[in-house]
Design a protein around this ligand. Structure first.
Ligand code: SF4
Ligand code: SF4
Length: 339
């Protein structure tokens, strides 16, 4: 069954970057150390910040990220603390290297998902994007996690580099016994936004609307036929669909090691965070911040999309001096799910 996952104030998602360091240098990495910090949080700070967000409600889902979160020597203790605090679900996003023997330090019942990132169905494509050897390490990590009884998901970030291999993922996912498949869309932030980095510049790597609509829902349906739950971003709204900004109608918090807390991932390259953790307390930042942008209503839909990645907009000449957008861009957090 396919459905759009509506925003809800009852679902609280905490995306907790406990460090920004990583062993890989993926071409599309959105981590921006100048904006997000270069530090690794101490266990006591992680525990204090987990306590701050646990107060938001028992339904809160926590996702531990980095950088590579398994590089943090105390990740297992952070997971145990999150469990103790009663978080609704716990996910670890990993590149698959599984450092610090993490699988032996936690039990499958302590974690809901180990979420692995793979950006190609073949070694050649994945390693071109994520680095030599990363395909084999990721596949080995998935197999090891499953053999130990952990539930796994896989994230595939679609770009012009790898869209041609998306339809090869169904048999691979089935073979690996993955439970959930997340298709992501490449965002022009972090490394891809830095046009001076010729080697890693991903501008122009976004897939077109026609390609997205032709390929993504179809592949998602085919993967779901194997009993795998598939989630992918809506991206383009149909004429009958209304636009909503998650910053106004949902509760998502993106926490970085320098204490910044964003509500919108597309704002993360700028000092636009609406909150900051100071002395282990969550405080609002001064105007102007991302919250002021959420209030703006434009015919193109998402304001931040228009600012940072206008390439995926298209206009029609309506015979007047003003051009109308052909469609609206959805909030990047709006997802379709096939269950
Ligand atoms: S594994 Fe993640 S954090 Fe590390 S470089 Fe790749 S995208 Fe960035
Ligand atoms: S992506 Fe756009 S619509 Fe979604 S929270 Fe950010 S500004 Fe709002």
């Amino acid at each position: 069954m396919k459905k759009t996952v509506s925003f809800s104030k009852d679902s609280i998602n905490i995306f907790f970057h406990i460090l920004t360091g990583c062993n890989l240098t993926c071409r599309h990495c959105y981590i921006n150390p100048e904006q997000h910090g270069k530090n690794t949080l101490s266990l006591s700070t992680i525990e204090a910040w987990l306590s701050v967000f646990a107060k938001k409600g028992a339904a809160a889902n926590i996702i531990f990220l980095g950088g590579e979160p398994t590089l943090h020597p105390d990740l297992s203790l952070a997971i145990k603390k999150a469990k103790e605090l009663g978080y609704g679900s716990i996910t670890i996003d990993t590149n698959g290297y599984l450092f610090n023997d993490i699988l032996s330090k936690i039990k499958p019942e302590e974690v809901d998902y180990f979420s692995f990132s793979l950006d190609g169905a073949t070694r050649q494509t994945n390693d071109m994007i994520r680095g030599k050897g990363s395909y084999d390490r990721c596949i080995a990590g998935i197999r090891k996690a499953i053999a130990r009884g952990f539930t796994t998901s896989l994230i595939y970030t679609v770009s012009r580099h790898n869209i041609h291999e998306l339809d090869m993922m169904a048999p691979l996912l089935k073979n690996l016994k993955i439970d959930r498949f997340f298709i992501q869309v490449i965002g022009i932030r972090g490394k891809p936004a830095k046009s001076d980095q010729a080697q890693t510049n991903c501008k122009g790597l976004q897939v077109s609307r026609s390609e997205w609509l032709r390929i993504i829902p179809d592949v998602a349906e085919r993967v779901a036929k194997h009993g795998i739950i598939v989630t992918y971003p809506k991206v383009f709204l149909g004429p009958e669909e209304s636009f909503e900004c998650a910053g106004l109608v949902a509760e998502n918090y993106f926490i970085f090691p320098n204490g910044r807390v964003y509500r919108c991932p597309l704002c993360e390259d700028f000092p636009l965070h609406s909150m900051v953790l100071k002395d282990n307390r969550l405080v609002k930042t001064e105007k102007i911040n991302e919250s002021d942008l959420f209030e703006l209503s434009i015919p193109e839909g998402c304001v931040m999309n228009k600012i940072i990645q206008p390439e995926n907009l298209s206009y029609k000449n309506n015979g007047t001096s003003k051009h109308k957008p052909e469609y609206k861009i959805a909030c990047c957090l709006l997802k379709e799910e096939i269950n």
